[in-house]
Write a protein that binds this ligand. Structure first.
Ligand code: NAD
Length: 357
């Protein structure tokens, strides 16, 4: 059956990197029989420019009807002065919640060819391959009540609510256990159960769900310790599952262990495994339009899409091997360039991957 993919390039380098990922999908289509239909639509600042909304109605319709969504990135300084509701980031939050994407998969994989791009010692990071599963639609980013108010004594205060229901924890735990089953059957749940009641419930539910996955070795860690362990000995982890805010921070930290955010893909899944796939980085306004952005995170997002939503494992492997091969051949965009390798632009890197497929 032909798969429908909604392609949402977004803003800044989003346009450039998504064009390369589309090129890779076209190559899979013409050379390896991948049956795919792609349709593009604006989101973020581009949505505001065309329809005065960061998530235009027609874009949402397209995303809902598609089998999977490929996103570039959103945001740019020209939109910073807009009211909060019209800012590009709203488009992203909106599509995540409209599609019910609650499980965010953020791998941190260090390619052996890039071991020197990491700021950590090679012996600490070489061979690193971990997956952070971040809950994406709950906790303090969405909890109510929230706001800024003035107390009776005239002092202003800001407040948010960190809240999880049992079913919310249960579904993210299940998602993480399923992923652990596909990897090395080791899962670490990260919380702050020594201080927060919401974490106490989180831990209780994760342990309960774990009973259905007796083959997975489950451990627990406080988030402050997890932050420390990620830089001290990151290879002790295989799959980590955590709350929305903890996951936001820890996954950025984990990504830097690998040296460049230009290399890392991500997936956000709904309860049926339908997903939105995107690089973890933003729209990089500082380099937008220069043709120098690294397209590999977006190309690897296509590989994740093939693996986790479209069930085309052989094609996913093919893309990942092609990326590894271009690194072997010495091709590097500026963000991962080191002495003695070949510096190339966005388009050349995309062409090299297509050639290596
Ligand atoms: P950023 O990820 O866009 O950039 C951080 C740094 O990394 C910059 O120096 C940039 O040049 C570099 N970089 C990022 N991607 C790269 C790539 N593929 N190749 C080479 N270098 C790359 O983060 P930022 O500067 O904090 O944010 C810029 C804009 O992006 C803001 O408007 C922000 O809100 C938005 N943003 C969007 C997303 C998203 O769409 N998911 C995520 C983060 C930030």
């Amino acid at each position: 059956m032909t798969k429908k993919i909604a392609v949402l390039p977004g803003d800044g380098i989003g346009q450039e990197i998504v064009a390369e990922a589309v090129k890779v999908m076209e190559a899979l289509k013409s050379r390896f029989g991948f049956r795919v239909e792609m349709e593009q639509a604006p989101i973020g600042g581009a949505g505001y420019d065309t329809a005065r909304h960061p998530l235009p109605e027609s874009t949402l319709r397209l995303a809902k009807a598609a089998d999977a969504v490929l996103l570039g990135a959103v945001g740019g300084p020209q939109y910073d002065a807009l009211p909060r509701e019209q800012r590009p980031e709203r488009g992203l939050l909106g599509i995540r919640s409209e599609l019910g994407l609650f499980s965010n998969l953020r791998p941190a994989l260090l390619y052996p060819q890039l071991v020197h791009a990491s700021t950590l010692k090679p012996e600490v990071v070489s061979g690193l391959d971990l997956m952070i599963v971040r809950e994406l639609t709950g906790s303090v980013y969405f909890g109510k009540p929230r706001g800024i108010r003035t107390r009776e004594d005239g002092v202003r205060e800001g407040f948010n609510t960190m809240i999880y229901s049992e079913p919310e924890v249960e579904r993210i735990a299940r998602s993480a256990f399923e992923i652990a089953m596909k990897r090395n059957r080791k899962l670490c749940s990260v919380d702050k159960a020594n201080v927060l009641e919401v974490s106490e419930l989180w831990r209780e539910v994760v342990i309960r769900v774990g009973k259905d996955y007796p083959k997975v070795e489950l451990s627990h860690m406080y988030v402050d310790n997890a932050a420390m362990q990620l830089v001290r000995a990151p290879k002790q982890f295989d799959v980590m599952v955590t709350d929305n805010m903890f996951g936001d921070i820890l996954s950025d930290q984990a990504s830097m262990l690998t040296g460049s955010i230009g290399m890392l893909p991500s997936a956000s899944l709904d309860k049926n495994g339908k997903g939105m796939y995107e690089p973890i980085h933003g729209s990089a306004p500082d380099i937008a339009g220069k043709g120098i952005a690294n397209p590999l995170a977006t190309i690897l997002s296509v590989a994740m899409m093939l693996r986790y939503t479209l069930n085309e494992i052989a094609l996913a492997d093919r893309i990942e091997q092609a990326v590894s091969r271009v690194l072997d051949q010495g091709y590097r965009t500026g963000d991962i360039w080191t002495e003695g390798t070949k510096k190339v632009g966005t388009k050349e890197m995309g062409d090299a991957v297509v050639a290596a497929l």
